[in-house]
Design a protein around this ligand. Structure first.
Ligand SMILES: *Cc1c(COP(=O)(O)O)cnc(C)c1O
Length: 383
């Protein structure tokens, strides 16, 4: 059967299974060996070489989901992104990065790149012209994130891929927020896709992992650096990630559906001043999101009206938890001004539109009526 023709949920369930030849069990056996036969074998297996059975096979599922040739599994999203960057950037090179990136990625760039002599420019915005203006003769990579955290801005993926090709610069994307269920950047011409698998791919808030997917040639280059940096995922967790990903399609579709319902409901709520969700017609890039995403994702943000304390609101929620992370089957909220953007000054936060009233909402699989009731009672408790 051709893998291209398999549907999303079939890929999630079956592609990249390790066959249990010995006992014919229904699920992949877990191979925990860190030591494999060395003499006269075709593949010299070692966990740090990304080629243990569980790592190598799960990579096939990731590649199939991202519509590409190959993938690698890492110990965290940051291990994935840092290895990808260091595979394509050396001393004297330059990278153009979107201004609104995951905080850990920003820290990695600012704290580590100067030590390697790698130059970087954060764009002034997320429009194509902002990336175009930032390209220099030594630019080797453009890195984007869409939808972005926490205001869900949408970057034009196809246009960025085209810009990269026209200027001879590779392009990469952090596809964590959309997940491979809702967005396929490789189909739009992007060269490399990475995820924090800690989020939707894991989906149950119990795994730290990362992945990169791309062509065989790019993955080989990343592999060469990855085996030196050693940011691999233990095979026990690889197995857990495989199990989690069987329900990726089901989970993320249910979460995406819930998010649209919640966004529309919040938009009408008298105590909510603003809602940021690419699936709302009021979102400035609604049409662009519609054209490049197959679903609008399950992340949204909203602002409570002035006078309602965002901190007290979160404390008053009974079902929805406050959490620094996101994308689990359970709904969670967080104040970006207390977490991801806590190190910025008030003026800097005002400039990027992160108000103290802003709440980021990772919508789970619960029944929408219960999520609405929880938000309702929390707002009532504040009045
Ligand atoms: C969480 C996250 C990361 C970092 O992933 P870790 O698994 O925590 O290392 C990178 N990008 C985005 C968008 C994230 O949400």
């Amino acid at each position: 059967m051709s893998k291209k023709k398999l549907g999303l949920n079939t890929v999630c369930t079956h592609v990249g299974e390790v066959k249990d030849e010995q006992f014919k069990g229904a699920v992949s056996p877990m191979y925990l060996s860190s030591s494999y036969e060395f003499l006269d074998v075709e593949v010299k297996r070692y966990p740090r070489y990304f080629n243990t059975p569980n790592q190598a096979y799960l990579a096939k599922k990731i590649a199939a989901l991202e519509h590409t040739e190959a993938a690698l599994i890492f110990g965290s999203g940051m291990a994935a992104i840092s290895t990808m960057f260091l595979a394509f950037l050396k001393q004297g090179d330059h990278i153009v990065v979107q201004n609104t990136l995951y905080g850990g990625t920003v820290n990695f760039i600012k704290e580590e790149f100067p030590k390697y002599g790698i130059e970087y420019t954060f764009t002034n915005g997320y429009k194509v012209k902002d990336f175009d203006q930032a390209i220099k003769p030594n630019t080797k990579l453009i890195h984007i994130e869409t939808p972005s955290n926490p205001l869900m801005t949408i970057t034009d993926i196809k246009a960025i891929a085209k810009l990269g090709k026209a200027r001879g610069v590779l392009t990469s994307i952090d596809n964590t927020f959309a997940s491979p269920v809702n967005q396929h950047p490789m189909d739009l011409g992007i060269d490399m896709v990475m995820h924090s698998a800690t989020k939707y791919l894991g989906g149950h808030s119990d795994i730290l992992a990362g992945v990169v997917a791309s062509s065989e040639a790019h993955i080989e280059r990343i592999w060469n650096v990855g085996k030196n940096l050693g940011g691999n995922l233990s095979d026990m967790t690889v197995w857990m990630l495989e199990r989690s990903m069987k329900t990726l399609g089901l989970r993320v579709k249910a979460q995406t559906k819930n998010a649209l319902k919640m966004a529309k409901w919040l938009l009408k709520h008298p105590k909510v001043a603003k809602v940021y969700y690419p699936g709302l017609k009021s979102h400035p890039e609604y049409q662009l999101a519609k054209s490049q995403m197959s679903g609008f994702g399950a992340m949204l943000s909203f602002e409570l009206v002035e006078g309602l304390d965002a901190y007290q609101f979160q404390k008053a929620l009974l079902l929805i938890k406050s959490s620094m992370s996101l994308a689990g089957v359970e709904s969670t909220v967080i104040s970006p001004h207390l977490t991801s953007h806590a190190l910025l000054t008030q003026e800097e936060r005002d400039a990027v539109g992160i108000s103290d009233q802003l709440i980021r909402f990772s919508v789970g699989i619960e029944d929408v009526k219960d999520l609405k009731a929880d938000i309702k009672q929390a707002i009532a408790a504040l009045q």
